[in-house]
Design a protein around this ligand. Structure first.
Ligand SMILES: Cc1cc2nc3c(=O)[nH]c(=O)nc-3n(C[C@H](O)[C@H](O)[C@H](O)COP(=O)(O)OP(=O)(O)OC[C@H]3O[C@@H](n4cnc5c(N)ncnc54)[C@H](O)[C@@H]3O)c2cc1C
Length: 281
């Protein structure tokens, strides 16, 4: 199927892109195009204008300070997967996105703006306590990942805002595991974990699930089952099982995997993520 007609502008600067967004309420930014182009072809999106930000160098790349790492919105999944500067859990998630073509074109800014429940990056970004930097004509603001993802393809980003970058901590031990759709690679169940371990005991835990919920979801029951404990096999099994208390009653299911099956798999993939993080500790 072909998309409806639209105008096209290649933005020369972030300021120009933001100005065009503010003056064209039915415009869309084009980054890697791996979610937007299919949506245009299925006519799920019919923008009047595409603002191509794909060549804006200021939105690319990874920079580190002592405690945090800043990832430009146009950084690709492949670049994230290959970066030693980033938390291992984020690299896990980026390396599991789709296939090499998707990883070489798809960007972190496009991934989180699209907020597909079957995406991988939102879940690990919530577990990591990431912050999303947004800008529009009025200025910039920072939104914690936990409040950025509001639900099924819904975010806290306003239509005239552009994602500048994503900031993640570079402390802690993290891991991500997923049950992929065997055809597309999209996530059907994903588990992201960030732990701190002192003298063999878990001193803090931040855990999230996604893929089977409308948006990524923090897992306070799993976290409570980890903190203050040695990360032995019994603790990890009990913590993984506790994810069932955190899933809620709005689980997603489809022809690839029913809600019951995904629910049953949540503790399996949570245990794999916890075991991976514990092994890294
Ligand atoms: C076959 C296939 C398999 C895939 N498998 C997976 C998978 O396993 N896991 C996974 O997580 N994802 C998967 N994806 C999605 C992939 O990660 C996309 O690349 C990503 O979700 C969108 O990034 P993009 O750069 O292509 O964005 P685009 O498609 O260009 O844009 C997507 C949306 O975000 C908006 N946008 C883009 N950049 C910005 C910005 N800087 N600020 C504000 N809004 C912006 C656009 O206007 C648009 O609405 C898959 C895609 C395909 C086609």
């Amino acid at each position: 199927m072909y998309s409806a007609n639209f105008d096209y502008v290649r933005a020369e600067s972030i300021d120009q892109a933001v100005e065009l967004l503010s003056t064209h309420p039915h415009a869309r930014l084009l980054a890697g195009g791996h979610s937007l182009i299919p949506a245009l072809k299925f006519r799920l999106e019919n923008p009047e204008l595409l603002i191509d930000i794909g060549r804006l160098e200021d939105l690319k790349g990874i920079t580190s300070t002592t405690s945090r790492v800043n990832i430009g919105a146009l950084t690709t999944h492949a670049e994230i997967a290959a970066s030693d500067a980033l938390p291992a859990g984020l690299r896990d998630a980026a390396s599991m996105v789709g296939d090499p073509q998707v990883r070489n074109w798809g960007t972190i800014g496009g991934n989180i703006s699209h907020a597909d429940p079957a995406s991988d990056l939102p879940t690990i970004l919530v577990a990591l306590g990431a912050k999303i930097m947004l800008t529009d004509m009025k200025g910039s603001r920072i939104v914690p990942a936990a409040s950025f993802f509001e639900g099924f393809f819904e975010t806290a980003k306003n239509k005239d805002e552009l994602v500048l970058s994503i900031e993640v901590p570079n402390t802690g031990i993290s891991a991500y595991e997923k049950m992929p759709n065997p055809a597309s690679g999209y996530c059907m169940v994903g588990a992201g974990v960030m732990l701190k371990v002192e003298n063999g005991v878990c001193s803090s835990a931040s855990v999230a699930v996604g893929g089977l919920t409308p948006g990524p979801r923090r897992c306070p029951s799993v976290e409570a089952a980890l903190v203050g404990k040695a990360l032995d096999a019994d603790t990890l099994s009990a913590a993984a099982k506790a994810v069932e208390n955190d899933l809620g009653d709005d689980l997603l299911g489809d022809m690839h995997a029913s809600e019951e099956y995904r629910k049953a798999m949540a503790s399996v993939y949570m245990k794999r993520a916890l075991m991976k993080a514990a092994a890294r500790a």
